[in-house]
Write a protein that binds this ligand. Structure first.
Ligand code: FES
Length: 238
């Protein structure tokens, strides 16, 4: 470790007078003279160092703006709960935060966990279904259930869309856009289906949502592209 005592032994020995000057008025001049450096040179070096540090800070600041550290925050991969915290349900049995559909505020998302069965009507099959599921960010689990992470924002004008147990679907309170349990457009002014995030499971089997990857390309479905049957219930405005 470098200490003043080391300095004293490793450099040219200083006289007591030099120490006196260096620790009081004229200290700088005495030291500079000893090293053979002019005050102008020191000022130039100081300005250079200051500019260098300022430039470095600017680069770091710019990098932070362009590549903010979002670890664990919205815009990055959000770790959620174990799969078991999201029990699957058939389409007609969904109940918010109980079975089938769950709200996760940290990910600003609804987690759908759909179970096949007589109360779940998939309108496609085979490779046609596989392609549609892939294009719409569905995840097929090893037990045959389906997962999806839907962004909470209505694609009409941005209101938060609640899931309505009484409608077995999402219904926007602002202008009435209506979406199926998988976010597929049903009716209203929305130009497309709900947007969705990429989701996956970590090594421990916990659900995680990549809120940095948003799929905004799911169009209004037609009879040939709709994945799930429309809910057969009336949905009032509120
Ligand atoms: S913002 Fe949802 S329908 Fe207008």
């Amino acid at each position: 470790m470098r200490t003043e005592a080391n300095d004293m032994t490793s450099q040219t020995p200083r006289t007591p007078q030099e120490y006196e000057v260096l620790s009081g008025g004229g200290a700088e001049n005495a030291e500079l003279a000893r090293r053979g450096i002019s005050r102008r040179q020191v000022l130039r070096r100081g300005v250079g160092i200051t500019l260098g540090i300022g430039g470095l800070e600017s680069v770091v600041g710019m990098h932070s703006m362009l590549y903010p550290n979002l670890a664990g925050q919205f815009g990055s991969v959000i770790p959620l709960k174990a799969k078991t915290a999201y029990p699957a349900a058939e389409q007609k049995a969904f109940a918010i935060d109980q079975v089938g559909i769950f709200y996760e505020s940290a990910a600003k998302s609804y987690i759908m966990h759909l179970k096949p069965g007589p109360e779940t009507s998939l309108l496609m099959s085979g490779s046609h279904l596989d392609d549609a599921l892939s294009a719409e960010n569905w995840v097929v689990d090893s037990d045959g259930t389906y997962w999806l992470a839907l962004y909470q924002v209505c694609v009409h004008l941005g209101c938060k869309v609640p899931f309505r147990n009484d409608c077995n679907s999402f219904k926007c309170p602002c202008h009435g856009s209506h979406y199926n349990v998988d976010g597929e457009y049903l009716d209203g002014p929305a130009p497309r289906s709900l947007d969705r995030f990429a989701m996956s499971f970590d090594k421990s089997g916990n659900v995680q949502v990549d809120t940095g990857v948003l799929n905004q390309r799911v169009e209004r479905p037609d009879v040939g592209t709709r994945i799930l049957q429309v809910p057969g219930v009336q949905c009032s405005a509120q």
